[in-house]
Write a protein that binds this ligand. Structure first.
Ligand SMILES: Nc1ncnc2c1ncn2[C@@H]1O[C@H](COP(=O)(O)OP(=O)(O)OP(=O)(O)O)[C@@H](O)[C@H]1O
Length: 540
């Protein structure tokens, strides 16, 4: 997760991987010294301990590089470790089995040739085989060192050294290539299955969104992006544009594809269709990932607090992000996120709210033009949430900010524009404009005196009165026991008339409290998802 955060926050691949490698190299060096010392005291039979030490170091570095590469594909650290160990064990035993086979089936004059062939065949793809061969050579087994060859010869220690160096260079190049924006060739060049203009509401929105896509104010362009997981179409032809100083909220129920869209913007996963475009400050994350990420700050769903202090964490990110004036940048970010009083505290020890602010501060290091926030306040209490929102409003100036949320309240408090997504985009537009789309109807909320233990019969009396009093009324979901929400068409009613009606019936119906208002974002969301989306996912 830490790597993922570093990776998305504009960190350049070369310094990133060199810094990881130099950190791991310290441990490799210590382990190699200890292992060589143990060999030298275990038995005097060992020869060429100097070469063995070099091979231990090279092996450690190649194993570390291999683990980085595997971690790109594996789901978690444990899976990565397991895959690495499994691969090494398989090759170890394959080579060992091969040696036994060669020894039993080969005549002595051909033995060395066959042993070399076995090593040069398997060792090219396996550092474990190189290490195993080294130990055999060191123990003067396999008759390899009895023929006057120098220890550095390609047939002795030179072979494993050469192979380990080649493997190291190959793996390092692979890491850099991946980070620069390697795109896995996709077998799906077909377009998504549903009509991109599948809702009449979105088709109108799309026309205006296409104009925004080409504006030079637009810093984040997401165009015709789809993602399949197997047969599941998680994201269906989504298009939106976010301009400078604008906060765009992707609002949707669980499983709507919000995090998948964010992962594609980060460049962590690639869209499934070849016509997809994702541009960050004019750079395609699919084709020029390094340039795109240099303009991107990401605050992921979960905090990844490290064993560094707040200040050290920010300095670390600034350094590997290539920030020129680190002190100035870090202190600006600390002030913007209001974490000045925790600068010397360990990141791990911070409260939930402050950890979130630190994640936000990390995303801001290097002053990126595009900021991506995945459910920024989901785990926070009401107070911490509001503090974070204030901070977000301040830092959004001059940046294109996209955030995902389930919370209407959060979208209402922060977003200038909102996209309602349920795999496909259902509606998209200015926050206030979306609210107006819910119509001029009145939205009424009634709470019974006996709530939350109101009986079905008591509720039925209220329902009958509603149906008898108002025409074309739409009774919405019951939020909790004893509460009813409903929508009354504006025609024929005004606020005063409605209040008079409720005051008259209040006592008789046992109503404790009622409110009459125009559409909130909740109603907009519910209406749109009910109309176009999956009915099962309305409850959020
Ligand atoms: N790596 C994956 N492999 C397979 N399916 C996935 C993967 N990631 C997401 N999905 C599926 O894609 C769909 C969208 O998931 P996603 O996490 O993007 O939704 P979301 O809107 O972020 O949901 P939530 O609000 O619960 O986080 C879901 O059906 C999910 O099961």
């Amino acid at each position: 997760m830490v790597r993922s955060m570093q990776y998305s926050n504009g960190i350049r691949p070369l310094p990133l991987w060199l810094s990881h490698l130099s950190f791991d190299a310290i441990f490799v060096l210590i382990i190699s010294i200890v292992a060589t010392a143990l060999l030298s005291i275990s038995t005097p039979v060992w020869t060429g301990l100097g070469y063995i030490f070099i091979i231990f170091v090279l092996y450690g570095i190649v194993a570390a590089l291999l683990s980085y590469v595997i971690s790109m594909f594996a789901k978690g650290a444990v899976t990565a470790w397991f895959l690495l160990a499994l691969g090494q064990i398989i090759f170890y035993f394959a080579y060992f089995g091969g040696i036994l086979g060669v020894q039993s089936a080969t005549a002595y004059p051909d033995l060395e040739y066959m042993m070399n062939a076995l090593f040069f065949g398997l060792g090219i793809v396996s550092p474990a085989v190189c290490l195993e061969r080294t130990l055999f050579i060191g123990l003067q087994m396999m008759a390899l060192s009895c023929n006057q060859r120098a220890p550095g010869s390609i047939y002795l220690y030179g072979g494993p050294i050469l192979y380990l160096i080649l493997q190291g260079v190959f793996l390092f190049a692979l890491l850099l290539w991946w980070d620069v924006g390697f795109v896995i060739p996709t077998s799906r060049s077909r377009k998504s299955t549903t009509d991109p203009e599948g809702t009449e509401m979105y088709s109108t929105d799309l026309i205006s969104e296409r104009k925004r896509l080409v504006s030079n104010q637009t810093d984040l362009r997401v165009e015709s992006v789809s993602k399949f997981f197997g047969k599941n179409l998680a994201v269906d032809n989504v298009t939106f544009a976010v301009q400078q100083s604008e906060i765009f909220a992707l609002l949707g129920p669980n499983g709507a594809g919000k995090s998948t869209i964010i992962s594609m913007i980060r460049g962590d996963i690639k869209p499934s269709t070849s016509n997809s475009t994702i541009d960050i400050a004019g750079h395609s994350i699919l084709k020029h990932a390094v340039a795109a990420r240099a303009n991107l700050g990401v605050c992921p769903q979960f905090d990844s607090a490290d064993v560094l202090t707040v200040k050290e964490t920010l300095r670390f990110f600034a350094k590997i992000r290539g920030v020129k004036n680190i002190d100035h940048n870090v202190s600006t970010v600390i002030a913007a996120c209001g974490i000045g009083e925790w600068t010397d505290q360990l990141a791990q020890k911070l409260s939930g709210g402050t950890k979130r602010k630190l994640s936000l501060a990390i995303a801001l290091v290097g002053n990126p033009r595009v900021l991506v926030l995945d459910e920024p306040s989901s785990a926070l209490d009401a107070n911490a949430k509001r503090t974070l929102w204030r901070c977000l409003q301040t830092i959004s100036k001059g940046r294109a900010v996209v955030l995902t949320t389930h919370s209407m309240e959060e979208a209402d408090a922060l977003a200038d524009r909102i996209g309602i997504v349920s795999s496909r985009m259902l509606a998209l537009g200015e926050r206030e404009d979306l609210k107006k789309r819910a119509g001029e109807n009145f939205y009424i909320h009634i709470v019974s005196k006996s709530a939350p233990r109101t009986t079905r019969q008591e509720l039925q009396v209220i329902r009958d009165w509603i149906h008898g009093t108002f025409q074309n009324v739409k009774i919405s979901r019951e939020t909790q026991g004893g509460q009813i929400r409903f929508e009354v068409p504006a025609a024929g009613w005004d606020m005063v008339g409605l209040i008079r009606e409720f005051e008259g019936a209040k006592e008789r119906l046992g109503i404790e409290f009622y409110s009459v208002g125009k559409a909130t974002l909740d109603e907009v969301f519910e209406n749109i998802v009910r109309k176009y989306g999956d009915d099962d996912v309305i409850e959020v």
